[in-house]
Design a protein around this ligand. Structure first.
Ligand code: NAP
Length: 307
């Protein structure tokens, strides 16, 4: 099978921390080019814009978009129009509607469009889904609390419209919840805390239910210093399932369950290679839909300015 060549767009934190190393490790797929307004990647051809990259390297198979969400649609449309398979970092767009024409274009041109949710590739997710498949679920509680100053230094876009604020990490929790629960959930109430000087929330308190009245509570907070919390607890008739460290650890009634090592982005690129080779797309917008619902239904509270 021919190796799939990838051009990376946006050489920021996630491109450096995860995409470049995973592309180097994953069989069947390789980094061939990068395009960046400010940076260069060693060992591959570098370009200032996607347009230049597409013109100079018509042989490129795919494009991976690692930019902030508000510029992703235009880049994805340009890459698909040029006949490239496209991998979207999460969230797949700044709005739900902008994703629809991308799905249609990929289908029309028989190209792969992959909306990635990296947390779904965490090692606890599939074992948790299997545990819950035949359990009677009583309640779900999500706690996603981290220090924005530590994880997002200098990233102004997260505070701008479309940047999602605390939902930038919170959507990862929602991507896991929507993957492990056997039935779809929907939002019933939400309160969102907006710093007085910012356009996106720094904290959110959410309540969901499902068709059978399950209570799902989620708290996202970007003001947590010290130990960081990325936990999901599910009370069931088979015991209390706890998925912690963002899905890297699993416990039942407090006892650790042995699972595989963390390899989220290796999993993403293995899946992308498989989707391309088998001519399929994978675009699930459900985590983004819950965030859109929170912005639509949420009560807005103003809190201290954030500097
Ligand atoms: P980042 O460090 O700010 O990098 C984003 C890069 O996108 C920038 O360095 C820039 O690269 C490029 N870019 C193009 N147009 C831009 C614009 N108008 N404004 C700002 N940057 C622009 O952000 P990131 O943390 O890598 O996040 C990128 C995406 O990955 C987000 O959707 C985020 O949710 C997702 N993600 C992030 C993490 C994480 O831990 N940080 C984890 C998982 C997913 P050039 O200068 O090279 O053009």
């Amino acid at each position: 099978m021919k190796t799939i060549t990838v051009g990376l767009v946006g050489v920021g934190k996630i491109a450096r921390d995860q995409h470049i190393p995973s592309l180097a490790r994953t069989p069947g797929i390789e980094l061939a080019a990068a395009c960046s307004r400010n940076a260069a990647v060693d060992g591959v051809r570098n370009f200032a814009t996607l347009n230049e990259m597409l013109a100079a390297m018509p042989e490129l198979d795919a494009v991976a978009l690692c930019t902030p969400p508000h510029v992703r649609h235009a880049l994805a449309a340009e890459a698909l129009a040029a006949g490239k398979h496209v991998l979207l970092e999460k969230p797949p767009g700044a709005t739900l509607s902008e994703i629809e024409p991308l799905i249609a274009m990929a289908e029309e041109k028989s190209l792969t469009l992959f909306a990635t949710w990296h947390s779904r590739f965490a090692p606890a997710v599939i074992p948790a889904r299997e545990f819950l498949a035949d359990a009677r679920i009583r309640s779900v509680s999500v706690e996603w609390k981290e220090d924005v100053r530590h994880w997002h230094p200098g990233q102004e876009w997260i505070w701008e419209p479309g940047g999602l604020g605390v939902f930038d990490p919170g959507i990862n929790a929602l991507s896991i919840v929507t993957a492990i629960l056997p039935r779809p959930i929907f939002l019933t109430t939400a309160s969102l805390e907006f710093p007085a000087n910012r356009a996106t929330p720094i904290a959110a308190d959410l309540a969901f239910t499902d068709g059978e009245g399950l209570a799902v509570a989620a708290v996202f907070d970007w003001r947590q210093t010290g130990p960081q919390t990325w936990d999901i607890h599910v009370e069931t008739d088979k015991g209390r399932l706890t998925l912690s460290s963002g899905g890297a650890k699993l416990a039942i009634d407090g006892a650790a369950v042995g699972i595989g090592p963390e390899a989220e982005y290796d999993g993403i690129y293995a899946r992308f290679a498989d989707l391309v080779q088998t001519g399929r797309s994978d675009v699930d917008v459900s985590p983004l839909r819950h965030v859109a619902d929170a912005f639509m239904l949420g009560r807005r509270l103003e809190v201290d300015a954030f500097d």
